[in-house]
Design a protein around this ligand. Structure first.
Ligand SMILES: [Fe+2]
Ligand SMILES: [Fe+2]
Length: 329
């Protein structure tokens, strides 16, 4: 690999680069989502994808409620396991409750510090109920630098992220979010595999999701989404798992549901959990393996093979498409 320190750029080259980059940025802003996807599809993509899905580190929660350490420390334990034992991953999913005390600025800063020093290049995040207040306060945008709801298109994989819409334990899918989700999925479901990521679980799917405080409300609205469009995989967090039970993965109808939480020991679970998702080009199957980050090992009875309708292809660079819908306050 080239030593960066040995690369010298002249002033003219630097200014040229800034101008070309700026033009690209302006061009990028003006391009329609379809044009962005067409441009991404023209470049050759990688032959496989490895994704680390995690949730609920609860940075800022310390003491006995977090088994004696801060959530930032537990997140660091997870990162070290991924870096040392798994190697690099193509991207990380952070499915909410990244912070503990209502999205406080110092906690967001501490989370971002771990993220930025992780050596893991791309993170797609969303807010959980503990982070929610940071969205209307503008702190989410400032520190996380992503919209609250968005799609990421990566070849034949279409990921949809919907942040929590209130700071209560029982989740909310607002009407605008549901409309966007149905419309956005409908645009992709005839050529792509559909993966939805929410903080709370879909009601009556994975273990403990029968509890209203653990699931998305109103449940009829979520049921309407699932009957209107095809969802192949639905990932969530929020339900902190200690000892993993097989019920954290469940297939119901055409959808596989997985609770990936929790990356931290919040609520004294004595466990850092996450999921490693692997898919190879041309394959219709994703291997989803639960990772016990405390002991650097996989939890075999939590493994799932998710079958998708379309063989995998990947973009060299996934395309992020924001949902331009108002924020509920
Ligand atoms: Fe949580
Ligand atoms: Fe939560």
């Amino acid at each position: 690999m080239k030593d960066r320190s040995s690369v010298r750029i002249s002033r003219r080259e630097f200014l040229g680069g800034v101008l070309v980059g700026g033009a690209g940025l302006i061009l990028g802003c003006r391009m329609s989502p379809e044009e962005k996807l067409q441009r991404a599809a023209r470049l050759p993509g990688p032959q496989s994808r490895r994704v680390w899905a995690m949730a609920d580190p609860h940075v800022g929660l310390a003491g006995r409620h977090n088994d004696g350490r801060d959530g930032a420390d537990w997140l660091q334990v997870c990162v070290q396991d991924v870096r040392r034992r798994i190697g690099s991953v193509d991207y990380v999913l952070g499915l909410g409750d990244l912070t503990h005390h209502a999205g406080r600025e110092d906690e967001l800063r501490a989370y971002v510090r771990v993220r930025n020093r992780s050596g893991l290049p791309v993170w797609y995040e969303m807010a959980g109920n503990h982070d929610y207040a940071a969205i209307p306060a503008g702190l989410w945008r400032r520190y996380i630098r992503q919209p609250p709801r968005y799609a990421v298109i990566d070849g034949t994989l279409a990921w949809f992220f919907i942040s929590a819409e209130r700071g209560k334990s029982d989740g909310l899918v607002g009407e605008a979010t549901a409309d966007w989700l149905k419309d956005a999925i409908a645009r992709h479901q005839d050529k792509r595999n559909i993966i939805v990521c929410s903080h709370q679980a879909v009601h009556a799917t994975v273990n403990y999701s029968g509890d209203e405080a653990a699931s998305l409300n109103p449940r009829e609205r979520v049921a309407d989404i699932l009957s209107s469009v095809r969802v192949d995989l639905w990932l969530c967090g929020h339900i902190h798992g200690g000892k993993r039970e097989p019920g954290y993965v469940r297939r119901l109808g055409r959808t596989t549901y997985i609770n990936v939480a929790a990356a931290g020991h919040a609520y004294a679970t004595r466990a850092c959990n996450g999921y490693i998702l692997d898919m190879a080009e041309g394959s219709n199957t994703m291997l989803a393996r639960c990772r016990d980050h405390d002991h650097d090992r996989y939890v075999r009875n939590q493994e799932a093979r998710v079958t998708f309708p379309y063989p995998a292809r990947f973009f060299a660079r996934p395309v992020l498409l924001p949902a331009r819908i108002p924020i509920l306050v």
